[in-house]
Design a protein around this ligand. Structure first.
Ligand SMILES: *[C@@H]1O[C@H](CO)[C@@H](O)[C@H](O)[C@H]1NC(C)=O
Length: 155
């Protein structure tokens, strides 16, 4: 029994080691807040670059998991999650996303109750190879949250 537990811990460990806390998360508006929620932590897996405070490198043909721990200040049902390639001028929505954010959260959201939103993003070979800001929005009127972080896409 104890041996089985140890085995389980050893097998489960790598996903813990490679889940890196993202340090350079910003609100979408300069000097603004994230919206009707408080972000506690954003993790990208894998992203060993986060330890050096560098943008995560997303390799084409792999899956990258984004997890956001947050606390909404208002309740919400049917939350929509969308990601965008963003710069100062425009936002391009990421195609073919599953926009049902409640698929990974406990909906309806309750005010001041911690939540984790999780999204597995397949890094398409069609994505341009370059550095970007990714802007992520969770919305369900009146709930809204928006944050962004830099990434680097590589082959
Ligand atoms: C990425 O995730 C999808 C859906 O879960 C899965 O079908 C696919 O095999 C995964 N790809 C890789 C490279 O892990």
């Amino acid at each position: 029994m104890a041996n089985n537990l140890l085995l389980f811990v050893l097998i489960a460990l790598p996903s813990v080691i490679y889940a890196d806390k993202l340090l350079s998360v910003a609100a979408c508006q300069r000097g603004g807040n994230y919206g009707t929620g408080t972000i506690k932590e954003v993790r990208i897996t894998p992203c060993p670059e986060a330890a050096q405070r560098r943008p995560c490198i997303l390799r084409k043909g792999t899956n990258v998991t984004i997890e956001v721990d947050f606390e909404p200040t208002v309740g919400a049902t049917d939350v929509t999650g969308r990601a965008f390639w963003a710069n100062r001028m425009l936002e391009l929505p990421l195609p073919n996303m599953n926009t049902n954010a409640c698929a990974t959260m406990t909906c309806p959201l309750q005010p001041n109750v911690a939540q984790t939103y999780r999204y597995v993003l397949p890094v398409s070979r069609g994505f341009p190879t370059r550095r970007y800001d990714v802007r992520w929005k969770l919305t369900a009127s009146p709930f809204n949250m928006c944050f962004q972080f830099p990434i680097q896409i590589l082959n």
